[in-house]
Design a protein around this ligand. Structure first.
Ligand SMILES: Cc1cc2nc3c(=O)[nH]c(=O)nc-3n(C[C@H](O)[C@H](O)[C@H](O)COP(=O)(O)OP(=O)(O)OC[C@H]3O[C@@H](n4cnc5c(N)ncnc54)[C@H](O)[C@@H]3O)c2cc1C
Length: 306
């Protein structure tokens, strides 16, 4: 039985195999088979702070006082400060813990001084690390488990997603006796890969559009060239593109996971929310009640970005 989390509708689905690629929540899905199954994962929490601190170069602290890695990188005109590897419980919307934020600010103090007033965004995520034990020592390769037709794919990295998908598809083809043509992934460029297009926009907006959408930037621009908020290098066309071409259904899908503004500046993302709801409402046929609901839901979700 599959339930659509947005509409609540349930549909019965028959399949020879089911793939469980739900990242840090994979054990929850496995336990639908058997609640007693021992976990495959030890989720590890990583917190990132975005600082209004223009950097020219990155900084890596390979070993903090408690033996973790700390990095500070130039990130879209700001600085991204982060670490990872605190053991955590699986959660669909992990919130950054206050002590983790304080830890990062304290560890960076010898290099930047007190930057607590420069924090523009804080976010937390869970890495789906395979195995048990100290999170910083766990294997980061991916792993496939088969159990009663449920194929669970865990571990891996963003940077290895094609290899993860390839290994899984090849495993399914083998187990189900399907003939597959050789994979073309290694020779297929990522969507939007190619030379930077000319865009009739101020440089900051043009560069941002290019960095976000690559060669698809002109297509996004054609959907609306008005700034989402005065003075911000984000366009109304991006909302339209996110809804029509990228299946965004909630305001934070757009502001966080498509445009990235909420990952960069949570106050500005909050300011842009009413406009995003207005545009999405028009595109998706939301009535006043639904608009108010989506706005309130996004305002509540902003601290965890979900
Ligand atoms: C803070 C942080 C920084 C990281 N930095 C890097 C990095 O710099 N480079 C790198 O390579 N990797 C990085 N990673 C690791 C990378 O994010 C993960 O390894 C990768 O996302 C795992 O991919 P996945 O597809 O297995 O899981 P995910 O990307 O987590 O995808 C799982 C999906 O399943 C969905 N889902 C969950 N439950 C259900 C359900 N019941 N029904 C339907 N859908 C469901 C979720 O919404 C999600 O979209 C980082 C991770 C964190 C937390």
């Amino acid at each position: 039985m599959v339930r659509d989390g947005l509409s609540g509708k349930e549909v019965e689905v028959f399949a020879k195999a089911v793939v469980n690629a739900t990242g840090p929540l994979a054990d929850r899905v496995r336990r639908l088979l058997d609640p007693e199954l021992p976990p495959l994962l030890t989720p590890s929490s990583g917190v990132h702070l975005v600082l209004d601190y223009p950097l020219k170069a990155g900084l890596l602290v390979p070993k903090t006082r408690d033996g973790r890695v700390l990095f500070l990188l130039p990130y879209r005109g700001m600085a991204l400060l982060g670490t990872t590897d605190l053991p955590a419980e699986p959660a669909s919307c992990p919130l950054p813990r206050e002590e983790e934020v304080a830890y990062l600010l304290e560890e960076i103090r010898p290099y930047l001084g007190d930057v607590s007033g420069r924090v523009r965004a804080v976010w937390s995520g869970l890495r789906p690390l395979v195995g048990k034990g100290e999170t910083k020592l766990l294997v980061r390769d991916h792993y496939i488990e088969e159990r009663q037709g449920l194929y669970t794919l865990v571990g891996g990295k963003w940077t290895t997603f094609r290899l993860m998908a390839l290994d899984l598809v090849e495993r399914l083809a083998k187990d189900l006796g399907l003939a597959l043509p050789p994979s073309k992934s290694h020779a297929t460029p990522l969507l939007g890969a190619g030379p930077r297009p000319e865009l009739p926009l101020p440089e900051e907006t043009a560069r941002r559009l290019w960095e976000t959408y690559g060669t698809l930037a002109p297509e996004v621009l054609a959907l609306g060239d008005r700034p989402l908020l005065p003075g911000l290098p984000y366009l109304e066309g991006e909302v339209v593109y996110a809804v029509r071409r990228e299946l965004a259904r909630k305001p934070l899908d757009v502001l966080a996971r498509r445009m990235g503004l909420a990952f960069l500046d949570q106050r500005k993302a909050r300011e842009a929310l009413p406009k995003v709801v207005e545009l999405m409402g028009g595109l998706l046929g939301w009535d006043e009640r639904e608009r108010a609901l989506r706005l309130a839901e996004a305002e509540d979700g902003l601290p965890g970005l979900c």
